[in-house]
Every structure is written in structure tokens, then in C-alpha cells.
Design a protein around this ligand. Structure first.
Ligand SMILES: [Zn+2]
Length: 342
């Protein structure tokens, strides 16, 4: 965060339905297992990544790790990019910096022109010596640690996006094209997503953008329901909750994805969904954490502080609830960009 005979026929149908549901639920349990999520977050937030500040070696190292994951599941690079890398120049306090968004696609089986995006930013705020803001230099030294590991912000979101890519690659039945994007330049002001949206010629192809931020921690110990930022701007939240209730109301209840909290913090405009929303695309952020979390943008945002059981549940909920979006049977309403002007 910047500042998913008649009796015989009946029996066969029941068996088929059960078989399918069973296969799907074991895929959910395997792909979103908390141990594999913990491993991904640990790798992305390791000290060797040096806080993943845009334009640094650590940032590039994280981009390569994400590209390796896309390669392993045989997701397709886009023809306009260099492999999975989409180069762009980020205007920053230190001047223009070269960086990369990491982008992969699972082409749609019957509706390839209709796109659904799952994204998360992988950059973070660096170290006491690389971050250009005096505030962060001082804050790091105070704690006797110099590396902003950014486990919750936003290794958790990136790990979630990668896990969703693994899940849909395994399912191999998406009717729409799924784009998986790890953005850089977010902490410098949504630079990666701005660069990406500047290349979009037909925004109407984009059916929805699910941006994932800070899903490793609840707002309080007891409050583990993720929120959808800008929930009133489209009917995405209702769509997702309706599907969850239909598929597994026992686990998720009726209102699993809650409305945006902390509206004074303008969370909707502070992450990579926003440049897409400005084009009228239903683009929202799924976020579990609080902007007032005392470890947010601190050197103590480390892997040990995350709740992987909760994170696993959130990702299963996204995978289950996004199924109609992925198979092209449901489409959220568009956002009216005029409602976004200050
Ligand atoms: Zn942040």
C-alpha cells in the first residue's frame, strides 16, 4: 500500500458433481496451503531483497523471482514486453528510475478478448541507506534494523497473486484471459500501474481488476474479514459475496468481503487499482490490514508477524468467489470515473 434409465442418469450426475467439487477443493487446499504461502512471503521479504526499493538490485531480484514463478506454471508473456518484464521509467524523488512490471497471461479458452487482472505491487521502501526520505532513515536507525522487508506490504499480496496464478494454471479452464501483474514503482506513487494503463487502448476489454494488498494481517486480532476498497463504486463486492455464500456459506457466511473501512484514509486511491478505475474499469483492492498498523512502513514488517492461516482463507475466498468472473458468466458494473474527481 502506498502512503476467486433416469435413476442411472441422476446417480451419474451426482457423482460427477461430487467428483468435480472434490478435485477443486483439494486444489484449493494444496495451492493455498499456509506453508507454501509462508515460503513465498519469506523469499520475497528476505534480507537479500534489501527492501525491494524501485530501481535497486533488490527490486530487480524480486522481479526475477516472480518471473521464475510465472515460467514454472508456463504462463504466457505478452508480445509487447521483454519476456515477462514490462520496462518503464518511474519519476521519483531521485530522478527517473528504470524498473519493471512483471506480467503474465493465461489465455482465455473461449473469450480471450475479455480480460481479468489479478495484481499486487512488489516494490517496497528499501533500507535506511537506499530510501531517499529522511523520515525512513531515522525510523530504521531507531529500531536497530536497517532493512524494510515489507512482508505484509506487499510480499503478502504478491505471494497471493502468484498462488492465484498457480491455481488457475492448474484448473486450466478459464474462459476469459487472466493477467497476472506484479507492479513496481507503487511506493513512489503508483508509477508501474500508471505506466501500464497508459498503454491500454481498449479499457472496455478489462472486465475487472482485483488488486491485492496487505493480506497477511487482520485489522485487529479478531477482525479478519478482508475489505474491498471503493466498494460502492461498482457491484464487485456484492458479486463476490453472493458467490461465496452460494458455494460455502458455512465457512464464509454472507458478508465475508466487507465494505471499505477507514474512508478518511482514501485507500481506494492509494494503490494500483486506481489508474484502472480512472478508465472506468471495475478495479478494487482486497485488503485485510489497517493503515494504522504500527508495523506498517516500519523495519518490523517481517514474515514472523503474519497470520498465514488467515491469508490462506482470504485467497481461497478470492479463488472461489471469482469463478464466475473467470469463466465469463458474471461481470461487475463499470466505475464512473467522474465520481473519482476530488
Ligand atoms: Zn507501502
Amino acid at each position: 500500500m502506498r502512503y476467486c434409465a433416469r435413476l442411472f442418469a441422476l446417480t451419474a450426475a451426482v457423482l460427477l458433481t461430487f467428483g468435480y467439487a472434490h478435485a477443486q477443493s483439494s486444489a484449493l487446499d494444496t495451492v493455498f496451503h499456509q506453508d507454501s504461502l509462508r515460503l513465498l512471503v519469506s523469499r520475497l521479504s528476505a534480507d537479500s531483497m534489501q527492501g525491494r526499493l524501485t530501481g535497486t538490485q533488490g527490486n530487480l531480484k524480486a522481479a526475477e523471482l516472480i518471473a521464475d514463478e510465472f515460467r514454472r506454471i508456463r504462463a504466457k508473456p505478452l508480445a509487447s514486453n521483454k519476456g515477462y518484464f514490462m520496462p518503464f521509467t518511474a519519476p521519483t524523488l531521485l530522478g527517473p528510475l528504470a524498473s519493471y512490471n512483471v506480467v503474465a497471461a493465461l489465455p482465455g479458452k473461449t473469450k480471450p478478448q475479455e480480460l481479468v487482472v489479478f495484481c499486487a505491487h512488489y516494490d517496497h521502501i528499501g533500507t535506511a541507506s537506499t530510501n531517499p526520505y529522511e523520515f525512513f532513515k531515522g525510523r530504521a536507525k531507531e529500531k536497530g534494523d536497517t532493512i524494510y522487508n515489507g512482508a505484509n506490504d506487499n510480499a503478502s499480496g504478491v505471494a497471493g497473486m502468484i498462488a492465484l496464478a498457480r491455481y488457475y494454471a492448474l484448473q486450466d479452464n478459464n474462459e476469459r484471459t487472466l493477467l497476472f501483474i506484479a507492479f513496481s514503482g507503487e511506493e513512489y506513487g503508483l508509477r508501474g500501474s500508471e505506466a501500464m494503463t497508459a498503454t491500454i487502448e481498449q479499457p472496455e476489454q478489462f472486465q475487472a481488476v482485483i488488486n491485492i494488498e496487505m493480506i497477511g494481517k487482520g485489522r485487529t486480532e479478531g477482525m479478519q474479514h478482508p475489505m474491498i476498497t471503493g466498494d460502492r463504486l461498482s457491484d464487485l463486492r456484492k458479486m463476490l459475496n453472493r458467490r461465496l455464500q452460494l458455494m460455502d456459506s458455512k465457512t464464509f457466511g454472507r458478508n465475508y468481503f466487507v465494505e471499505e473501512q477507514y474512508t478518511e484514509e482514501r485507500l481506494f486511491a492509494r494503490s494500483d487499482n486506481y489508474p484502472f478505475a480512472l478508465m472506468g474499469i471495475p478495479a478494487h483492492t482486497v485488503m485485510a490490514g489497517s493503515p494504522y498498523d504500527r508495523l506498517y512502513h516500519s523495519v518490523q514488517d517481517e514474515v514472523e508477524t503474519l497470520n498465514f492461516n488467515m491469508m490462506s482463507r482470504i485467497l481461497k475466498a478470492i479463488a472461489i468467489s471469482c469463478e464466475p468472473l473467470v469463466n465469463g458468466t458474471a461481470t461487475p458494473t463499470r466505475i464512473n470515473p467522474r465520481l473519482l474527481e476530488d
